[in-house]
Design a protein around this ligand. Structure first.
Ligand SMILES: Nc1ncnc2c1ncn2[C@@H]1O[C@H](COP(=O)(O)OP(=O)(O)OP(=O)(O)O)[C@@H](O)[C@H]1O
Ligand SMILES: [Mg+2]
Length: 330
C-alpha cells in the first residue's frame, strides 16, 4: 500500500532533486489544464532565472491565447517575464518542408533503383497519413532540443495518445531505419557485383538514413534520461481523466520515459464550501474527495493539488498564481 498524500515537498522537492531537469512535458486527457500547467511551469522556471522556452508543437496552438500575446512562428520574449520566450511552431510549414525533403529522398531512391516513376504521387499519399503530421511535430521538437539555446524547455504537447505515439515512434523509426539500412547495403553490394564499375557509387540516401538514425538515437537518449527529462501528468478528480493518465503512465514506463509525477487540477477547496453552499457545489466537492482517494491509491507520486480558480487562467498574472499553487514559491 503506497503512502497516501502529496509526495513530500511536492514539485519544489522534485526540481531540487533533479537539478539538471531541462525538458518538461505535460500530458493528460483533453481540457484538464495541460497548457495552463505548461505555461505556469515555464513562468516558474523563468522566475528562478533560468532561460526558458515554452513551446507548442501541437497543430492546434493555444499559447498565444494563454499569454495574451502573439507567439506564432517565432521565438517571442514573453512580456512581463524576464528569461521567458514562447514559440508556437508552424506545423503547416514544417509539413510542407518535410514533404519537399521526403520527395527528394524518394527521387534518390527511384533513381538508385532505376525505377522511372514520379516521386510526387508517393509523397502526396504518404503525407495523407496522420503519422506524417506527428512525425513532423516530433522533428520540430527534436530540432528545438538540439539547438540547445535554452536552459529549460517546457513543451505543451498534443492531447490524447499523440504524445505517446510521438515517443513510441522513435522505436519504430529505429526498426524501420535499421531495416532500410540493411536492404540498402545489400542492394549496394549487389550493384557492385553486377556492375563492371569497380568504384562504389555515392549513396546519398544511405548517408541520410545513417544521419537520421544518429538523430533518433540522440533524441531517444535525451527523452529517456531521468536527470534531464520529466513528463508530468495532469488530471482532474474525475473518473475519465484518471483512467487516461493511468494508461499513459503505464505506456511511458514501458518506453522507459521518465514520469515526474501527477498533478491534480481543478479542485474545489473544502474551506470554500459551507452548509450554505449550493447542492451542486457540495456534491462536486464530495465527488472530488472520493476520487482523490483513488488518485492516492493509484499514483505514488502526486506532486500537486491545484485549486479551481474563480476564473479561467489567462495572462501572466494568473499564471504566476497557478505556478505558486502548483509548484510553490519560486
Ligand atoms: N485551476 C484552474 N482554475 C480555473 N481554470 C482553469 C484551471 N486549470 C485550467 N483552467 C481553464 O480550463 C480550460 C482548459 O485548460 P487548458 O487549455 O490548459 O487544458 P488542456 O489540457 O491544455 O486542453 P487541450 O487538451 O484542449 O489542449 C482553460 O480555459 C483554462 O483557463
Ligand atoms: Mg492545451
Amino acid at each position: 500500500m503506497p503512502e497516501q498524500g502529496l509526495r513530500s515537498g511536492g514539485m519544489v522537492a522534485f526540481v531540487r532533486e533533479h537539478p539538471s531537469l531541462r525538458y518538461v512535458f505535460f500530458g493528460g486527457k483533453g481540457g484538464v489544464g495541460k497548457t495552463v500547467m505548461a505555461g505556469a511551469a515555464a513562468v516558474w522556471f523563468a522566475r528562478q532565472g533560468k532561460r526558458t522556452l515554452l513551446a507548442s508543437t501541437n497543430p492546434v496552438h493555444s499559447l498565444s491565447s494563454l499569454l495574451g500575446q502573439d507567439v506564432f512562428g517565432r521565438h517571442q520574449a514573453v512580456a512581463g517575464v524576464p528569461n521567458l520566450w514562447a514559440y508556437e511552431i508552424d506545423t503547416a510549414d514544417t509539413i510542407k518542408r518535410s514533404k519537399e525533403e521526403i520527395k527528394e529522398k524518394i527521387k534518390w531512391f527511384l533513381k538508385f533503383a532505376d525505377i522511372p516513376t514520379r516521386a510526387d504521387d508517393f509523397v502526396e499519399t504518404a503525407a495523407m497519413n496522420p503519422a506524417f503530421e506527428e512525425s513532423a511535430m516530433f522533428e520540430n521538437m527534436i530540432n528545438l532540443i538540439f539547438e540547445g539555446r535554452y536552459e529549460v524547455y517546457v513543451f505543451d504537447t498534443a492531447p490524447t495518445a499523440n504524445a505517446r505515439r510521438l515517443l513510441g515512434m522513435s522505436r519504430v523509426y529505429s526498426l524501420w531505419v535499421n531495416k532500410m539500412l540493411e536492404s540498402r547495403k545489400e542492394a549496394q553490394a549487389m550493384r557492385l557485383q553486377l556492375s563492371f564499375r569497380k568504384k562504389e557509387e555515392k549513396d546519398p540516401l544511405l548517408d541520410y538514413l545513417l544521419g537520421f538514425q544518429d538523430r533518433i538515437g540522440k533524441a531517444k537518449a535525451v527523452l529517456t534520461n531521468a536527470d534531464q527529462t520529466a513528463f508530468f501528468f495532469v488530471t482532474l478528480a474525475e473518473a475519465l481523466p484518471i483512467a487516461v493518465i493511468r494508461r499513459f503512465i503505464g505506456w511511458f514506463k514501458d518506453f522507459g520515459i521518465p514520469v515526474g509525477g501527477v498533478i491534480v487540477n481543478g479542485l474545489i477547496r473544502r474551506e470554500d464550501v459551507t452548509a450554505e453552499s449550493s447542492e451542486f457545489v457540495r456534491n462536486r466537492l464530495e465527488m472530488q474527495q472520493g476520487y482523490m482517494k483513488q488518485v492516492y491509491e493509484l499514483f505514488p507520486d502526486v506532486l500537486a493539488e491545484v485549486p479551481l480558480f474563480e476564473r479561467e487562467v489567462r495572462g501572466v498574472e494568473m499564471l504566476d498564481r497557478v505556478a505558486a499553487a502548483t509548484f510553490g514559491a519560486a
